[in-house]
Write a protein that binds this ligand. Structure first.
Ligand code: IMP
Ligand code: MG
Length: 180
């Protein structure tokens, strides 16, 4: 068997405990409920657990944005690949993201959604790598601040792999060249 390419950074139990805390904070701040907008695909795992940790009325929607190629570095290009199904004017909207890295994705998305005049627009991110920031982003709720390492699991991928790991792990042994 080859050595595992991953090392656990945040174990599943800690992720779930932190999500319960985030849910309680969101309950307090949004007594009338909130629309959760998850960024495909990585944030879907977080969205599902977060939605269940909130007791106020929750609606969910999804938006697709691509800013990364198949590897570990940003292409710097951002485009909308799937729009919301919901009209958000007058709604309290919370963007749900897996990780904030350069901030390019979120600063683009906030710009796009602000134009639609939501009643409020904030961000909840499970992970934050503040050392990597290129664009300032105001993240209202952060699960964990982590060092500048490439992580996979709990929705996060490397070349579409590892999303199904229950823990958040550092990818230690970079896989060979990505095929296809
Ligand atoms: P940003 O636009 O540079 O902030 O990138 C945000 C997106 O890049 C996230 O939604 C992830 O999809 C991806 N990303 C950034 N860092 C990592 C990482 O360490 N592992 C996996 N994906 C990452
Ligand atoms: Mg993402």
């Amino acid at each position: 068997m080859p050595e595992s390419p991953t090392r656990v950074l945040v174990p599943a139990e800690r992720i779930q405990a932190r999500i319960r805390e985030l849910g309680a904070a969101i309950d307090k701040d949004y007594p009338n409920g909130v629309l959760l907008v998850a960024i495909l695909k990585g944030a879907c795992f977080f969205l599902v657990d977060l939605a269940r940790a909130i007791t106020r009325p929750v609606r969910i929607d999804f938006i697709g944005i691509s800013s990364y190629g198949k590897g570990k570095t940003s292409s710097g290009e951002v485009k909308l690949t799937k729009d919301l199904d919901t009209a958000i004017d007058g709604l309290d909207v919370l963007i749900v993201e897996d990780i904030v890295d350069s901030g390019i994705t979120l600063s683009y998305l906030v710009g796009v959604l602000e134009q639609r005049r939501p009643s409020s627009l904030r961000i909840v991110a499970l992970l934050d790598k503040p050392d990597r920031r290129l664009r300032p982003v105001d993240v209202a709720y952060v699960g964990f601040r982590i060092p500048d390492e490439f992580v996979v699991g709990y929705g996060l991928d490397y070349a579409e792999m590892y999303r199904n790991l229950a823990d958040i792990c550092v990818l230690e042994v970079p896989p060979g060249p990505v095929l296809g």
